[in-house]
Structure formats: C-alpha cells, structure tokens
Design a protein around this ligand. Structure first.
Ligand code: C2O
Ligand code: CU
Length: 577
C-alpha cells in the first residue's frame, strides 16, 4: 500500500518525547551560528532557504530561566545584511540585543560576526527569526524554549513534551516577493503553497490521501528526509505538553488533534487559567502550550492538523501523526484528519481569544493609564503604491538605528516630530476611506519612563469594499495585558468593559476584522521597541510603529550595533562607549 510506504520512510524521523532531567544551575549557553543560503526541500520542492549551520529550521535553543544566551552569529549570506530577533524575550537591560535592523542595531554585514548576549528571564515557549527585509519569509527561524529555573516547578504536570514550530511556505523567493509587494500596482504574494510543521510539509499531495477533499495524490516521500512529517510518539494514558509557536509570514492557523481534547496552559510565555478546547487558533507571533491526555483507543493512531483561518484557504492542511505506542507508525488513522471551523467563522475565533485569561496569582495591570494611544489600521495609497498605515503614517525605517541615535542625540537620524496619538473623530471604520492617501514616516512615540500606556488597536475597512483583515500585533521589549476586544469603533464607554481582574499577559494580540483590541503596559524597560503587525508583508508595507522609553538609562551599546547609516559613522571616531 502506498500509504504504508511513506510511513516506513518516516521511521528514522520519529520525534522522541523528552523528559527534563538535567540538573544544572543558571549558566551561560554559547552558540556559534553561521547564517547562509542553502538548498532545501521544505515541502518536497527544492528551494533556497536561509539556514543556520546548514539546517532548516535553525537549531532549537533550550535553556533554563535565568540563563544567559550567547549567540555568536556570522553572516555568510555574501550580499545582504542579517539580524535575528528573539521573539518574546524582553531583553531587560540589553535592548541592543533585540535583533531588529535599523531599530536596535545595524544589520550585520556579510562576513561579519555579532554576538547576541541576553538573559532568558522567564520560562516559556518562544522562537527567534530574521528581522531584516523579509528574511523570516526566507526561512530564517527556529525555536527557543526556556524551562523553569532549577528547583522550580511548572504549575501543571506532564509526562513528556513535544515542540511544534508552525510556518507557511511560498515557492517564490522572498526577494521576488519583496519586489512584488513594492510594485505599482501591487502584486500580492497570494496564499502559501504549503503549511509547515517544524519546517516540514507536503506540496500538492497528502499523507492522508484517502481522506483528502479535494482529492490529492498520495505523497511520494522518496528522499524525503527533509520534509517527511515528524511523528509524535506517545504512550497510552499519559499527559503530554505540546509547545506551539507560529512564525507564519501570513497565515492564521487552526490546530486540532483528532479525537483529543486540548487544555491550554501557557500563552506567549505566560501561564493562563487552564481551559479545554477541541481546536485552537494560532496567529503569527503567538506561542502556546497545551496539555493532552492519551485517553483514546490505544489501538489506533491519530492525525494532528493545521489549517488556514481568516483568509479563504487555498493551501492544503498541514499534517503530522500522533502515534500510540506500541502501534506501528505506519498504521493509518481510521479517523479523518480534523477539519477546521469555516475560515470566516470569526465568532469561533473570538470565543477562543476570550477564553484566554491569566492564571490566578499573575501580575495585575495598574488600574489607570497615564496615556492612551489609538492606532487606526488602514490600507492606503502613496503615489499609487499600496501601503499599510497607522494613523495615516506608513513606517519606513531610517538608515541609522534608533537606539543609538536617540541614546546619543544624533541629529537628523529620524523625524523628531511626534507621530499622531489618534485619528480624526469622524473617520468611518466600516467603510472604504474617502481619501486613502497617506504618507511615509519614521517618527517615534516617545513614552515617559515608568508610566502606564494604553494602546487601542482600531481595525478598519481596507481599500476594497466590505473587507477588513486580521492583524496580529506584536510588541518588542514587553508583555502587555490584553484588556479587551470589541466590535466597531472604540469609544470612551468601552473602557468600562476592560478586564482589570485577570487580563492575560502576552506579547502578541490579534485585532479582528472591523474590531478593536485594547492593551496596557508599563514603560519599565529602557530601549527602543518595535510594535507591529506580525504578518511579514504587512510590516514590509509599513504596518508598524516605534516606541522609545528611558533610553537615557541604556548602558553600554556595542559599537557594531551603532555604526551604520547616514549619521552612524559619527560613532566610528567617538568614544561613546
Ligand atoms: Cu516576531 Cu518584530 O517580530
Ligand atoms: Cu497586518
């Protein structure tokens, strides 16, 4: 049987459950990474991807809370710069290690080496990825997992764990995508060819062919060691932790395990009040831990599936197998792979988001804010180019990184006029804008140190009629409390509906079509922090803003992080450090 053949090929790739056993105190973990383009087949079609030390996705970093991570990164891309962002790590005291080109540092030049040194202060499921141009779309990403500190315990029990890093894949290279997105008229990148689980997927075929609708051929995984799915091997009647993170360029995902319930216990490195679901949404930039118990018929295997949400899916589902031992991994599940809720069933998504609440005992938000900033998200035109704008400003990064230019008061590095805190009162978020023109900008939201900031993300209609899209917004340098979600235009009376009791702490939050999302955070981390939509093409088209707080308190910025761009050369001869 063809379906047996592929499974036999997978046997060497089986993911073993890992049990934490190492007994070690806080320490520095050193890594030496070469970043370079490699040939790879993420989905059976050979492509060029950005690999780390010859592998895709990049190596998983595993550490304990309190450890120092030291990554010595050498750029072997030959003709382009590179940086790596440690998504979800707050970089307390090390804002220069945040890995955002033109914000926290200069891109690392070809042939150069840069050392990222930072503390992973909080246990949780994180990841890392490129943050220059569209290098994340080119495959520059990997997992970063932080276990609880020595002698501490998680607030839940499990017998074993697995880690799934979710992404989406295009056959068109990231450079061509960049050109397409920057063209007049816009050439949209379209839907991904393949969904990847730990960098592995199947294009135009299905490993569950006998169930696939529309019918797809059975995958021939000959030579498929790069893309054959990794199987999750479990024993009956045990509880497993499944770590999930999404670094998709575009797709919002829905994940389910055939026949099994999932209990959500962690979101973005923060514990949540456990709740049980049959399927769950994961937006780009988010991470979760779920627990599942292997309490189903132990003579069977089960599918784990991911599906596209919030956009009309044109991509077949991503699949892997839950293999109950001692069954053979080649035993095809009798249940079909779980099917996602309808892609535009937003009520289903909203109900999931609203279930996420902080675990009792988590830090609570201050009761009042010092400043509220409302961000209107619109699709716009500038000289005929299609862009995204926030309060009518489409972000274009400067040549000199903000962190150094603000810290040392370099003139003319960026526009020092404050960008707008709000949008015109009469703007109708439910309709196409009467005048959709906006402007480019690189101004900074200067936030007073140690104050409480409320952010209201306001969604709106795009350039097309009756259309509004999902945007998962991610904040660097902080976790924020998600105070609430709402429909239509945010108004003063919505403040009464804010959740002051148990809002979840997160670093990424979604705005639903035609809705708003309110966030609160305290500006207690000196640095310059990006806040942006985590959809790669949207950020590329200007969908982000920059926050700066307490920058005068930042000490010791490595010179390599500063010396680039129009004004950065001033650092070359100076004794700033
Ligand atoms: Cu994972 Cu600025 O993003
Ligand atoms: Cu977006």
């Amino acid at each position: 049987m063809a379906s047996l053949r592929w499974l036999l090929l997978l046997l060497p790739l089986i993911l073993l459950e890992s049990f934490s056993s190492s007994v070690m105190a806080a320490k520095t973990r050193h890594f030496k990474w070469d970043v370079e383009y490699i040939h790879w087949s993420p989905d059976g079609e050979e492509s060029v991807v950005i690999g780390i030390n010859g592998q895709f996705p990049g190596p998983t970093i595993r550490a304990r809370a309190g450890d120092i991570i030291a990554v010595e990164l050498t750029n072997k891309l030959h003709t382009e710069g590179v940086v790596i962002h440690w998504h979800g790590i707050r970089q307390l005291g090390t804002p220069w290690a945040d890995g955002t080109a033109a914000i926290s540092q200069c891109a690392i030049n070809p042939g150069e080496t840069f050392v990222y040194r930072f503390e992973v202060d909080k246990a949780g499921t994180y990841f890392y990825h490129g943050h220059y141009g569209m290098q994340r779309s080119a495959g520059l990403y990997g997992s970063l997992i932080v276990d609880v500190a020595q002698g501490e315990k998680e607030p839940f029990h499990y017998d074993g764990e697995f880690n799934l890093l979710l992404s989406d894949w295009w056959h068109k290279g990231s450079h061509e995508q960049e050109v397409d997105l920057s063209s007049k008229p816009l050439r949209w990148i379209g839907e991904p060819q393949t969904l990847l689980i730990n960098g592995r997927g199947q294009y135009n075929c299905s490993v569950a062919a006998q169930f696939s609708k529309p019918p797809l051929p059975q995958c021939k995984l000959r030579g498929g060691e790069q893309y054959a799915p990794q199987i999750l091997r479990v024993r009956p009647n045990k509880t497993y932790r499944l770590r999930l993170a999404s670094t998709t360029a575009l797709a919002s995902l829905n994940l389910a395990i055939g026949g099994h319930k999932m209990v959500v216990v962690e979101a973005d490195g923060n514990y949540v009040q456990p709740f049980s679901v049959q399927d769950m949404d994961i937006y780009s930039g988010e991470s979760y831990s779920i627990l599942f118990t292997t309490d189903q018929d132990p003579s069977k295997n089960y599918w784990i599936s991911i599906n596209v949400r919030g956009r009309e899916p044109k991509t077949s589902q991503g699949l892997t197998l839950l293999n109950y031992l001692p069954n053979s991994a080649s035993k095809v599940p009798t249940l079909p792979p779980p099917i996602a809720p309808l892609w535009n069933d937003y009520n289903h998504s909203k109900s999931f988001s609203n279930k996420i609440l902080a675990l009792m005992g988590s830090p609570k938000p201050p009761r009042y804010n010092h400043r509220r900033i409302i961000f209107l998200n619109t699709q716009n035109k500038i000289d005929g180019y299609t862009k995204w704008a926030i309060n009518n400003v489409s972000l274009v990064l400067p040549t000199t990184p903000y962190l150094g230019s603000i810290r040392y008061g370099i003139n003319n590095a960026f526009d020092t006029r404050p960008p707008p805190d709000n949008f015109p009162k009469d703007y109708d978020v439910m309709k196409q804008a009467p005048n959709s023109n906006s402007t480019y900008g690189n101004g900074v939201y200067m936030l007073k140190f140690n104050t409480t900031i409320d952010i209201v993300l306001q969604n709106a209609n795009v350039l097309a009629k009756d259309t509004s899209e999902i945007h998962p917004w991610h904040l660097h340098g902080h976790d924020f409390w998600v105070m609430g979600y709402g429909e239509g235009k945010f108004s003063e009376k919505d403040v009464k509906k804010f959740n002051l009791r148990n809002p979840p702490l997160r670093n990424t939050a979604v705005i639903f079509p035609f809705g708003w999302t309110a966030l609160r955070f305290v500006t207690d981390n000196p640095g310059v922090w990006a806040f942006h939509c985590h959809i790669e093409p949207h950020l590329h088209m200007g969908m982000g803003v920059i926050f700066a707080e307490g920058v005068h308190l930042v000490k010791k910025i490595p010179k390599e992080a500063l010396a680039c761009g129009l004004t950065g050369k001033m650092f070359m001869s100076s004794k700033h450090n």
